[in-house]
Design a protein around this ligand. Structure first.
Ligand SMILES: [Zn+2]
Ligand SMILES: [Zn+2]
Length: 345
């Protein structure tokens, strides 16, 4: 067995380096993965740029990881060596805190984040907590499964837990890494789907992905456009920035909810009368628990929902990350290691 592996680490804020590391042994409750693919997500910036408080360097980013288990730590049950598994942003619940005991694994008080509190998937090998693992359906390639573990789970989970019923109008704001998946999920879940984006150039794509309506927020007032369609029951806002919420909020029908998925420091300004009269809500949604991730992958495989991806060898991670940060990825960059059998078709 080769006793070292290659990883791309943020050595200090702003610097990604290819390094060789000794092979680690999984601790209690952990598994060791031979990583096959890892998606590049905008949240990786929290690691690479040092935006996350208390992060210690060097740190390997990456939280859309698919790999094969090659060693089990003590006490791991229900997972086997050779099994293909995924790791998302939430690294695994503790099982004993108040929220875990109440079945709310997402809000576990002792949850760590992959690639932030410990090393993530920009590597050939990763240690992962068994309680955070996701099973990968056999008919999903590793490169296709990877972006679904964060971008997919986040949008699928938000829509799945939203109050909309089949036939209701659901809007997706922002047709990027998250939005292009949200449109597909919304369509496959049986909603009437409106895609909102700035500039008309993504309209054709949004239609192809399943949107019934396309709204150009640069050319028209998106809230008025949604009201003209009867008002949205749910608006999934994938673009970050408080303004994007405010811009569309009046497009909600009474009882509707605007679900924010794009994290940013900007405050959200909504007039209280728009909240009260019509009983509208502003909400956030944080990825999902491992069972919801399982469902995301199965639903995607069954329905043919997939992210548009560009694969790059692991060693080119710095360039892939830079392309994603520049907003030039169409739509998800996926790193592939030499373990990966998920080469593009
Ligand atoms: Zn992510
Ligand atoms: Zn917990």
């Amino acid at each position: 067995m080769i006793m070292t592996y290659r990883a791309i680490e943020a050595t200090r804020p702003g610097t990604l380096n290819l390094v060789q590391r000794p092979l680690p042994e999984p601790g209690p409750g952990q598994v060791r993965l031979r990583v096959e693919a890892c998606g590049v997500c905008h949240s990786d910036a929290a690691t690479v740029e040092g935006g996350f408080p208390g992060i210690s360097y060097p740190r390997v980013p990456g939280h859309e990881v698919v790999g094969r288990i090659d060693a089990l730590g003590s006490g791991v049950q229900g997972w086997a060596v050779g099994q293909r598994v995924g790791v998302g942003f939430l690294a695994g619940s503790c099982g004993y805190c108040e929220f875990c005991r109440n079945g709310d694994l997402v809000n576990c008080k002792n949850q760590e984040y992959s690639g932030i509190h410990h090393d993530g998937g920009y590597a050939e090998v990763m240690l992962a907590k068994a309680s955070g693992l996701v099973s990968i359906p056999d008919d999903l390639r590793s490169v296709d499964a990877a972006p679904l573990l964060c971008a997919g789970l986040t949008t699928f989970g938000a829509l799945r837990n939203a109050p909309a019923k089949s036939g209701d109008l659901v809007a997706v704001f922002g047709i990027g890494g998250l939005g292009h998946l949200a449109v597909q999920y919304a369509r496959h879940m049986g909603f009437e789907v409106a895609a909102i984006s700035r500039g008309g150039d993504t309209a054709q794509l949004a239609k192809k992905l399943g949107a019934h309506h396309c709204i150009d927020s640069a050319a028209s007032d998106p809230a008025a456009a949604l009201q003209a369609l009867g008002g949205a029951k749910v608006i999934v806002v994938t673009a970050s920035g408080g303004k994007t919420i405010a811009e569309t909020f009046k497009g909600l029908r009474p009882g509707g909810v605007s679900i924010n998925l794009g994290a940013g420091p900007e405050p959200i300004q909504v007039a209280s009368v728009d909240l009260i009269f019509g009983e509208r809500k502003v909400a956030g949604s944080l990825t999902g628990n491992p069972a919801t991730a399982d469902a995301t992958l199965r639903f995607s495989a069954l329905g043919g929902v997939s992210a548009m991806i560009e694969t790059v060898p692991l060693e080119e991670a710095p360039a892939a990350y830079a392309k994603m940060m520049a907003g030039k990825a169409r739509f998800r960059m996926v790193l592939v290691t030499k373990n990966g059998n998920g080469q593009p078709k």
